[in-house]
Design a protein. Structure first.
Length: 219
């Protein structure tokens, strides 16, 4: 059997050329392949970042794109930071209401109970978290307006059963809570425009926290 020179290929019976098996290589062969690949990597020119490159990298990795959409890339100024509960039953109606108020680029801050975290938090850390998020919204997106929201049958308040099924008593309680939340927030971050709304299964009610604050006599 003829001995082929190192680095050559073994002829295939059908005339095709078969690559040398890795285990047939000597230490010198492996050394040469390693450093040749390393040199190619070192001399490769860096590519400018683009969406296509990111897409290629993601496709080559373990991440698979499942939906395509186009989002605006422009930085924005926030119309209002919205402090609301994560109960999704009222999302559709409240989103329409926000558009009615002219809020098209909100910064939503969701936490169990919504404005309860400012009015009567279970832990002081909840209140600190909400204030911090509002402050970050102001610093990053220029937010000057905050909308506080409470809703009927909220689990954080023990649901409507906590008020013995009395919807009017629940609404009155939540209105007082919105006033407490607005008062605390104005003291924590002066200069904010604060509004408060109570949402039930029939509509949205203005707690008039802004009107009450403006009408309050100076001390």
């Amino acid at each position: 059997m003829a001995v082929l020179p190192r680095g050559s290929h073994t002829p295939h019976p059908r005339g095709l050329v078969r690559q040398k098996n890795y285990w047939d290589m000597s230490g010198e062969d492996v050394y040469e392949l390693f450093y040749r690949a390393r040199d190619r990597e070192a001399t490769r020119r860096p590519e400018a970042p683009s969406g296509k490159i990111v897409l290629r990298v993601l496709n080559e990795g373990s991440v698979k794109k499942v939906l395509h959409f186009d989002s605006p890339r422009e930085w924005y100024v926030c119309d209002a930071a919205i402090v609301l509960c994560f109960d999704s039953r009222f999302d559709a109606g409240f989103s329409k209401f926000l558009k009615h108020l002219g809020v098209t680029t909100p910064d939503p801050i969701r936490i169990a109970g919504g404005a309860k975290a400012l009015a009567s938090p279970d832990r002081e850390s909840d209140r600190a978290f909400v204030v911090e998020q509002i402050q970050k919204s102001a610093n990053l997106h220029g937010t000057k307006r905050v909308i506080l929201m409470l809703h009927s049958d909220c689990g954080a308040y023990g649901r409507l059963a906590k008020f013995k099924g009395d919807a009017a008593a629940e609404a009155a309680h939540h209105q007082r809570e919105l006033h407490r939340a607005a008062e605390y927030l104005r003291a924590a971050i002066p200069g904010l425009e604060v509004e408060g709304y109570f949402v039930d299964f029939e509509g949205i009610w203005d707690a008039e926290v802004a009107v009450a604050e403006e009408a309050r006599p100076a001390v």
